[in-house]
Design a protein around this ligand. Structure first.
Ligand code: NAG
Ligand code: NAG
Length: 441
């Protein structure tokens, strides 16, 4: 009965939207055809309009402008880029977060944390982890966009972060029953083992919580969602317990084999850490395991996370990888890809050819392969306003990366878009996902 009422409401709402659309269209057409002077009025080049600051005093980009950017409107992209330099993003400092989170009710409301989910979402909680070091303003933006009251969120604050970062994150976590800081905080060294250990800490913490989450998704704080929570749930239900982990073998694996064939040594000089390759060859991995390369990020089923924490072979591989380079980029992949490691019988693992299957956890544009209208940072594209139009067609769950202070309207519009999709629960074509080769039957 309830669903029938909802369906009716949906149709009425759709009809109203269509009606408004046609009225507007008619009005526009009438406008063009009834204004004989239109052609004679010298056109003001919109590129020369006032600064964005004057136009949008609250720093809020109007949805019409976002729409044009998402449509790949070159003129709007140029206009935004031109005025971007005068546009100061709203940056909330760590101290301000401490103040703002003293009143949680107002904080949740003003930062638009979503408290509503449908029945299907409620029955399918997801655990997320976010690794952060600084820029709480960006991590919080990610958190508020993916936040739902029945999920669980583990925040790993780098042990070498400024104390103010931890205080700001503590303030945020205190405002939500399902957001917490990892109980053990690692000093995360680039490409070092501690990055992997930080993730294991969050995994262990989330397993010990009461929320009965079904999947675990790990995120960098510069990542941003491309799917709404509802869409993620719909896709994850199709996955049906399968993990979604990247797999790289062959030449692209061989080119980095020194990362795990040699013993790597971490040295410290003041605050500077250096990971150096030694001449000492490592023993082969334990349990007759063959290394497969992948990403540090992935979508992990609950059984897989339990396997990582308790399975003897998984534990042994973790210890073995302590003195390797960037073990987070082969640890999940090695355990997951059963074509190379069938004897592990990994829950949610995949037995097909690793390099041939889609991987949908995170979309990143890579230098030399993908286009990028923003700027490059360590061979990864930082998305700008000119990249938005490419994002709406992507199938991935998240995109990496945005930077809050690089072309700020890009992130503003991305947030508005994902919020609109969630609010109106747009229908979403699942056929692409139904045809994926790695779903668990
Ligand atoms: C997981 O957490 C528990 C306490 O919550 C702790 O006793 C245990 O050592 C942890 N295990 C790992 C592998 O970190
Ligand atoms: C190790 O694995 C390979 C194939 O992956 C297999 O041919 C070999 O027999 C295994 N060795 C042991 C000792 O299990």
């Amino acid at each position: 009965m309830k669903s029938l009422v909802r369906l009716k409401t949906y149709y009425i709402a759709s009809a109203v939207v269509l009606l408004v659309y046609f009225l507007l269209r008619t009005a526009m057409i009438t406008n063009i055809t009834t204004d004989p002077d239109e052609q004679l009025v010298p056109r003001v080049d919109e590129d020369d309009a006032g600064s964005l600051e004057e136009e949008y005093p609250q720093g809020k980009i109007p949805s019409e402008s976002c729409r044009k950017l998402f449509e790949g409107d070159q003129k709007e992209i140029r206009r935004m880029k031109k005025h971007m330099s005068q546009f100061t993003p709203k940056v909330i400092t760590d101290q301000e977060f401490v103040m703002l989170t003293k009143d949680c009710e107002i904080f949740q409301k003003e930062h638009r944390y979503s408290m509503t989910v449908n029945e299907e979402e409620k029955n399918f909680p997801i655990a997320f982890s976010i690794l952060l070091y600084k820029d709480v303003v960006q991590a919080e933006r990610l958190l508020r966009t993916i936040y739902r009251p029945h999920n669980v969120y583990c925040l790993h604050v780098d042990a070498k972060s400024q104390p103010s970062v931890l205080r700001a994150v503590e303030g945020i976590a205190r405002c939500f029953h399902n957001v917490f800081i990892a109980t053990r905080l690692e000093e995360v060294i680039y490409a070092g083992y501690s990055r992997l250990q930080a993730e294991i800490n969050c995994m262990n913490d989330t397993l010990h919580r009461k929320e009965e989450w079904k999947y675990y998704i790990n995120l960098a704080s510069q990542a941003f969602p491309l799917r709404t929570n509802r869409e993620m749930v719909q896709i994850l239900k199709l996955y049906n317990g399968a993990n979604d982990i990247e797999g790289i073998t062959g030449a692209r694996l061989q080119s980095v084999s020194q990362r795990f064939n040699f013993h790597w040594k971490l040295t410290r000089n003041g605050a500077i850490y250096k990971l150096e390759r030694s001449k000492i060859k490592k023993n082969p991995p334990p349990y007759n395991i063959t290394i497969v390369r992948g990403s540090a990020y992935g979508i992990f089923s609950r059984n897989f996370v339990e396997f990582i924490l308790h399975n003897p072979a998984a534990r042994a591989l973790l210890s073995w990888s302590r003195d390797t380079y960037s073990p987070d980029e082969f640890y999940w992949a090695t355990l997951h890809h059963l074509m190379y490691n069938p004897h592990l019988k990994t829950p949610g693992g995949y037995a097909g050819v690793p390099d041939k299957k889609a991987w949908l956890a995170v979309y990143a544009a890579w230098g030399g392969v993908d286009p990028c209208a923003g700027r490059w940072m360590r061979a990864v594209c930082v998305m700008g306003v000119g990249d938005l139009h490419r994002l709406i067609e992507r199938k991935e769950f998240f995109v990496n990366k945005f930077l809050y202070d690089f072309e700020p309207p890009a992130l503003d519009c991305a947030e508005e878009w994902i919020r609109a999709k969630a609010t109106f629960a747009f229908p979403f074509d699942l056929n692409y996902y139904r045809a994926l080769p790695f779903l668990k039957k």
